[in-house]
Design a protein around this ligand. Structure first.
Ligand code: SF4
Length: 332
């Protein structure tokens, strides 16, 4: 599927989210920009991998898409209709989350049947016999036997719990699934089983995923497009082959290198960038990546880069800007 032929099922237009935060008891309130002018378009059936270090704004973006936060400015459209115009229940029918931690996202006091059938009961779909039939059906689809219906999350392994979380997300047959680090709390051996399951379900049900991860190796497995986020901005976006073959932004290249660390998929990647991730309340001037960028010039310290179109997306870096007046300036 391609962006030219399929209309976007999910579209973000210049979405910005800011928060007022107070530093200390008597400190002045400062503005924190968690999501900064993000535009993305996701055609039906595609998987957009959203990558970046923790604190880059990925989770805030997920909350906006789920209707848990409203953008400060900009628009989020599902099938062309603004998210603000949709009530929470109808939004929940169309867009569902799968969270990172299947240990805390499932209520330990409820049976697996209660957990998976909850959306049916909330949306008043059918009665007990239909809930029973639908839960059995979805358990089979996610690879769990019907006998787990009367058990509790504590009686299951991490991988089984994540299958339950997937079943709960899919029981209302949503169009879009926001997968927020769905495998990072799991053993490495179980991660690929869950990724394969998500891939199979996408093909079978024509699902569209926003797949949030700090791990490019995981994203490469599933995504059709990749957006790289840094301090709330999408600094590079490309189709998956383009990004892995010829990453253009120095930050994307650092993330790619981090995948080659001895145990990829375990915890936050070591980007080898030396300088710590900046404080979003007091972001660096010019290109916000400049204090960590091995290619930074003096121009980068003062001038914000603009999105430059590339073969399959865009990149925000002066190195690729034909109008950069300091193109031959020495690295600072
Ligand atoms: Fe590095 Fe400059 Fe490009 Fe920013 S604009 S990523 S500092 S080279």
């Amino acid at each position: 599927m391609s962006a030219e032929t399929d209309p976007a099922v999910l579209e973000l237009r210049n979405v910005t989210k800011t928060y007022r935060v107070k530093q200390g008891l008597f400190g002045k309130a400062s503005l924190l920009t968690a999501v900064d002018d993000v535009s993305l378009s996701l055609p039906r059936g595609e998987v957009l991998g959203l990558v970046g270090e923790s604190g880059c704004g990925k989770s805030t973006l997920a909350k906006i898409l789920l209707g848990l936060e409203m953008p400060s400015s900009g628009q989020v459209l599902i099938d062309g209709t603004e998210i603000r115009a949709q009530d929470r229940l109808s939004l929940a029918r169309r867009i569902q989350p799968i969270f990172q931690d299947p240990y805390s996202s499932l209520n330990p006091r409820k049976t697996i049947f209660d957990i998976i059938s909850l959306p049916l009961r909330v949306h008043r779909v059918g009665g007990r016999a239909e809930w029973d039939r639908k839960v059995r059906e979805i358990l089979d689809i996610v690879g769990l036997p019907a006998r787990v219906m009367e058990t509790y999350p504590s009686q299951m392994s991490g991988g089984q719990r994540q299958r339950v979380a997937i079943a709960r997300a899919l029981i209302m047959k949503p169009e879009i699934v926001i997968c927020d680090e769905p495998t990072s709390a799991l053993d490495v051996s179980v991660q690929s089983q869950i990724l394969n399951l998500l891939g199979d379900l996408r093909r079978e049900f024509g699902l569209t995923y926003l797949f949030i991860s700090h791990d490019l190796a995981v994203v490469e497995h599933l995504a059709t497009r990749v957006a790289v986020m840094y301090l709330g901005r999408i600094v590079e976006e490309a189709d998956v082959a383009g990004l892995f073959d010829e990453a253009m932004h120095p930050y994307t290249r650092a993330l790619l290198k981090s995948v080659l660390t001895p145990e990829p998929g375990l915890g936050v990647p070591d980007t080898q960038l030396g300088v710590a991730y900046p404080n979003p309340i007091d972001p660096p001037s010019g290109c916000q990546f400049h204090p960590r960028c091995p290619m930074a010039t003096e121009y980068c310290q003062t001038t914000k880069p603009v999105p430059i179109p590339t073969r399959t997306g865009h990149v925000e870096c002066h190195l690729h800007d034909p109008n950069n007046p300091m193109k031959n300036e020495k690295v600072a």
